[in-house]
Design a binder for this molecule. Structure first.
Ligand SMILES: NC(=[NH2+])NCCC[C@H](N)C(=O)O
Length: 315
């Protein structure tokens, strides 16, 4: 009885791991986001129960491809942190960081789940982030995490946590994509990954698309994750990002769609690419909090009315 109660408690509280990395991005600054969110008055005012775990900080070795040694070492430490959290059945949220942190986040989660089955993943983003070091024009590793999670690219990055591919093509769905280069598109399409480009989101509506993405990520998997790059949203909803792209997902519609999803098999969430130095009027900070509440309120005794009231108070 006691054990059950403890497990229940761990399941409902959000356990946040900070990923304070930023030098694999187009512009430095995402490394500040975890600290900003930790001190965020908007998040502190939220009725959600949160416990902050460790914040993993890299030892940067440079930018573009010179960042690689630092990213490898950082990814290994982040993967340890997420693996432990999932093994302890905590309700995990990772706050990045540039999107290269996804290598560490999902490698650790995949290792923890492996005995039970494969990991599914919904990747919300403007970009495909599916380059290898060889195919990338910029050398920025935040444009490469998906290729490495699928088992392509640099061997040491592919082998973070363990040598297995972290995700199989049939369990991955991209949502909101509208910026990519031919080589990365060719890679993901040739192996059959489902990409919901922005055109399809616009024509079918985000509700339908998210429902189908959830089906892909949860069929024949041990559970699934969501990696949310806030540049997937409209620039007016998430202005503080390093690589903005016009024509994104309407953030309010996205959150309405997420509220309708069955998230009972959600293992972990990651919110990345928030660049605090560009955040006028805390607009993007507020979006991060709204996303967290949208996803997590259902797992706690917090009612949607309480969340709405909080949003009005701080809005
Ligand atoms: N996580 C991101 N914001 N990625 C943007 C990647 C942009 C471009 N495709 C590149 O590889 O450099």
């Amino acid at each position: 009885m006691r054990v059950l109660r403890t497990v229940g408690k761990q399941l409902s509280k959000i356990h946040i791991v900070g990923a304070a990395n930023g030098n694999a991005g187009h512009q430095a600054g995402c490394e500040e986001a975890a600290g900003v969110m930790r001190n965020s008055p908007i998040l502190k005012a939220s009725p959600l129960q949160i416990e902050w775990g460790q914040t993993v900080k890299p030892r940067p070795t440079g930018t573009s491809l010179a960042a690689l040694p630092g990213v490898i070492e950082f990814s290994r430490r982040l993967a340890k942190a997420t693996e432990v959290a999932v093994r302890q059945q905590r309700r995990l949220l990772v706050i990045g960081g540039d999107h290269s942190c996804a290598i560490g986040t999902w490698s650790g989660v995949a290792s923890a789940l492996r005995a039970n089955g494969p990991l599914g993943l919904i990747w919300v983003d403007a970009h495909l982030d599916s380059h290898t070091p060889d195919s990338s024009d910029t050398g920025n590793i935040h444009g490469m995490p998906v290729a490495h999670l699928l088992g392509y690219g640099n061997t040491m990055l592919r082998h973070v946590g363990d040598p297995n591919a972290k995700i199989l093509p049939q369990h991955l769905a991209f949502v909101g994509i509208r910026s990519f280069e031919p080589a990365e598109q060719e890679l993901v399409e040739s192996i059959g990954v489902r990409v919901f480009y922005m055109d399809e989101v616009r024509s079918r509506g985000i509700n339908d698309v998210m429902q189908e993405a959830l089906d892909i990520a949860s069929s024949d998997t041990a559970g699934f994750g969501m990696s949310i790059d806030i540049d997937g949203f409209r620039i007016e909803d998430a202005p503080a990002v390093g690589t903005p792209v016009e024509g994104g997902i309407d953030a309010c519609q996205f959150m309405e769609a997420v509220k309708r999803l069955d998230l009972s098999r959600l293992i972990a969430t990651e919110i990345v690419e928030f660049l605090p130095q560009l955040d006028q009027n805390s607009k993007s900070e507020r979006l991060v909090v709204d996303l967290i509440e949208t996803i997590h309120a259902r797992f706690q005794t917090v009612s949607t009315t309480q969340v709405a009231e909080n949003q009005m108070l701080t809005g």
